[in-house]
Design a protein around this ligand. Structure first.
Ligand code: GLY
Length: 420
């Protein structure tokens, strides 16, 4: 099978790594890819948000199956264009991708399906939003309706913070994504992520994870895209996972099917868990990054068969072969991230790292220049290990991280503290 993966982060390196382990993969192209992906697959330059361009490229390269990594091409309708061209694709339609592309849409679906989530109100007028915040008080959560590169959710612990978020959103800091805001009650509890595959009808759980969103030790400092993750998430017990499936995820998938916009792809439910009960925080219509790295390390080559079965509507016959294992990934980021940081600094020591089914350094923001690996983004490397216990996976991931010679990078030393 000839496969095209869209994206160029650590998530896509992990997807490419899993696909390459499956003997059914004859050819793999990743667009745009990165320096790590280039070591295992061909990287191509392509506007991945232009569905017509992606379809033409796939036809020219005799691609049998396209896997879409990030949310932006999904929201832009790239999966729709590929399906119209008769190309098999893993990823939801633009209509179903609204589960991530519009926070207000997700709330509508929760209302219609009875999925438990925080009480909320929607606003297109700043003054009305301010009045609502003053009436409700803090803590309170302010969300830009649209896609905002992970920066559109403000968990405001004070009324002033919430009002400042309203000024930012209606002031244009988030562009069109901030034209409408959703204001939600603050939910207490422990957050965890639940990943399922869907084929429009059947829902197949493929793992749980927790990430660390804050940049600093002890979960302090500004929010990031994620500084590390581990799977499974101990807080998401089998009983809570069953409740999440019955009360949140299956009703959502059924409601989308009822509306004529069935969901096909991976559905990533962010859940808040308190007293054994899950409530929906948000949906994402793609794998988490860096959560994907730990999920792929646990699933290995079967991940491709499962994604292919989802795309072909065959999930009711699919089974996940689970191992009783744990995986952890530690993100190495450029010093200064998530603020401003230098690009182009050289990273050494990567060629001596082991690359096995249990130890991998996935690349995120890297490029190859003059034979040297250089940092080209904020989050740069994802050092990932799998073992029989989380503490062993953690020890191995940190031992690998220590071998990397990159004075301009940093990582948190406490990934997994909650679970350990
Ligand atoms: N790590 C969080 C996300 O991918 O949204």
């Amino acid at each position: 099978m000839n496969i095209l993966i869209l994206g160029g982060g650590g998530r896509e390196h992990a997807l490419a790594w899993a696909v390459m382990q499956n003997p059914k993969c004859d050819k793999l192209i990743v667009a745009p890819g990165n320096a790590g992906i280039a070591q295992i697959a061909r990287c191509a330059t392509l506007d991945i948000e232009d569905g017509g361009a992606v379809a033409r490229f796939a036809e020219a390269e005799a691609i049998d199956f396209v896997i879409i990594g990030p949310e932006a091409p999904l929201a832009a309708g790239v999966a729709d264009r590929l399906r119209e061209a008769g190309i098999l694709v893993f990823g939801p339609s633009a209509a179903a991708a609204r589960l991530e592309a519009s926070k207000a849409f997700t709330k509508e679906i929760c209302d219609a399906s009875g999925a438990p989530t925080a009480a909320y109100a929607r606003f297109t007028d700043a003054e009305a939003a301010r009045a609502y915040i003053r009436a409700q008080g803090a803590p309170i959560v302010v969300k830009a309706d649209g896609l905002a590169a992970g920066k559109g959710v403000i968990v405001a612990m004070t009324e002033d913070e919430a009002l400042a978020a309203i000024d930012d959103m209606f002031g244009g800091s988030f562009g069109a994504a901030g034209a409408e805001v959703v204001i939600e009650d603050f939910m207490e509890g422990e957050e965890a992520s639940f990943f399922v595959l869907c084929d429009g009808d059947t829902v197949l759980p493929i793992g749980t994870a927790q990430d660390h969103k804050r940049v600093g030790e002890g979960d302090t400092g500004p929010n990031t895209g994620g500084m590390g993750a581990y799977s499974p998430a101990p807080v998401l017990t089998d009983a809570i996972a069953e409740r999440a499936l019955d009360e949140i995820i299956r009703p959502t998938v059924a409601e989308l099917a009822r509306r004529g916009t069935p969901y096909q792809g991976v559905l990533y439910a962010g859940l808040m868990i308190k007293d054994g009960a899950p409530r929906l925080v948000e949906y994402n219509v793609r794998f988490g990054d860096p959560e994907c790295q730990v999920l792929m390390m646990r699933l290995g080559g079967q991940a491709m068969d499962l994604m292919h079965a989802a795309a072909e509507g065959r999930l009711s016959d699919a089974r996940v072969n689970w191992a009783d294992d744990h995986a952890m990934t530690v993100v190495m980021a450029a010093k200064g991230y998530p603020g401003s940081y230098e690009k182009g600094t050289e990273i050494k020591g990567l060629d001596t790292l082991p690359e096995t089914s249990s130890d991998m350094c996935f690349h995120a923001g890297t490029t190859l220049q003059d034979g040297k690996i250089r940092a080209s983004g904020g989050r740069v490397l994802n050092i990932t290990a799998r073992a029989d216990s989380l503490s062993e996976a953690r020890a191995r991931a940190y031992a690998l991280a220590e071998q990397i010679d990159w004075p301009d990078g940093f990582y948190r030393s406490d990934i997994g503290w909650r679970a350990l």
